[in-house]
Design a protein around this ligand. Structure first.
Ligand SMILES: NC(=O)c1ccc[n+]([C@@H]2O[C@H](COP(=O)([O-])OP(=O)(O)OC[C@H]3O[C@@H](n4cnc5c(N)ncnc54)[C@H](OP(=O)(O)O)[C@@H]3O)[C@@H](O)[C@H]2O)c1
Length: 270
């Protein structure tokens, strides 16, 4: 199975590096096209055997999967460049461009092609943890068979966790996971600031907070409990944790998070 990735920036490069560490693709099965020759040369040095192309999209013709990893406003232009090389009956088109829905991808394909059939299309929304193969990858599709859905889930499960959603839920999922990773970083930053004020060096505070976060995540993941059940275990009546939690709520902690997620969703839908 061969894949061509168009765009070798943050996301495209991370996907290449992640895929070669998985079981489904060897470096030789992956082609990467980018307008920036330097970026391709760096990637090729790190991933020997990788096929790179900076002045054409020739590998598109042989690919089973074509993955668009360029900025959203370039998607239409790239589709225009690759349309003659595509086999609409056989190939799968995957776009990770934020905010470009399947209807827009269809429009680009129809506008730029005389073909009657539209290829199988997937939209995937990863987050930046794809660089370490720990991304939540939200997947929506049009026209895909069960085998194709299974294939995409297998590919993106090797880059973290893949979740198949109806496209109507993709924006909400984006707010929770693709934007949500930044909210968690902001929590860490705030806790580090507090840690310094109460006597720790930033590095030590960050280390303790990150490990605490990993432990909390693991508890929820393995136990499957509601977070409130885990909170009950730490909140002794009259104790120190409930004092802190109540102070957080008095300052709008839950409300701020809910409003932040809804603001991200509202912007995503515009
Ligand atoms: N970052 C995230 O958290 C995140 C999450 C989900 C989805 N996404 C989506 O992922 C996509 C890529 O984001 P990114 O952060 O990886 O962007 P990026 O770092 O800018 O990478 C895009 C790459 O594509 C290259 N490029 C530009 N025009 C091209 C063309 N015509 N043909 C081939 N390559 C071309 C760019 O080169 P130049 O820089 O020289 O133009 C750049 O190397 C975006 O659509 C974004 O919405 C990102």
């Amino acid at each position: 199975m061969k894949i061509t990735i168009i765009g070798a920036g943050n996301m495209g490069s991370a996907i290449v590096r992640g895929l070669v560490r998985g079981s489904l693709f060897k470096a030789e099965d992956i082609s990467v096209a980018d307008v920036n020759e330097n970026i391709l040369n760096v990637l090729k040095k790190d991933v020997p055997g990788l096929n790179i192309e900076w002045d054409n999209y020739n590998s598109v013709s042989d690919a089973d999967i074509i993955l668009l990893a360029v900025k959203p406003w370039l998607v239409d232009n790239v589709i225009d460049c690759i349309k003659f090389k595509m086999d609409y009956e056989k190939q799968i088109l995957v776009s990770i461009a934020a905010g470009i829905d399947i209807a827009s991808l269809n429009l680009s394909l129809e506008k730029h092609s005389d073909e009657i059939s539209i290829p199988t299309i997937f939209r995937v929304i990863p987050n930046t943890a794809i660089a370490i193969r720990k991304s939540v990858n939200l997947i929506a599709t049009q026209n895909a068979s069960d085998e194709q859905k299974d294939l995409l889930l297998r590919i993106f499960n090797e880059l973290g966790t893949a979740v198949l959603l109806n496209e109507s839920h993709l924006s909400a999922g984006t707010a929770l996971t693709s934007c949500g990773i930044a909210y968690l970083f902001r929590y860490v930053r705030a806790a580090v600031q507090a840690g310094v004020e109460i006597g720790f060096y930033p590095k030590d505070a960050q280390n303790m907070i990150v490990e605490t976060m990993l432990g909390a995540a693991e508890l929820l993941k393995t136990g499957g409990e509601n977070p409130e059940t885990e909170i009950d275990k730490v909140t002794t009546p009259g104790g120190i944790t409930i004092k802190g939690l109540n102070e957080l709520e008095a300052n709008g902690f839950s409300n701020a998070i809910i409003k932040g997620i809804k603001a991200s969703l509202a912007t995503c839908q515009n």
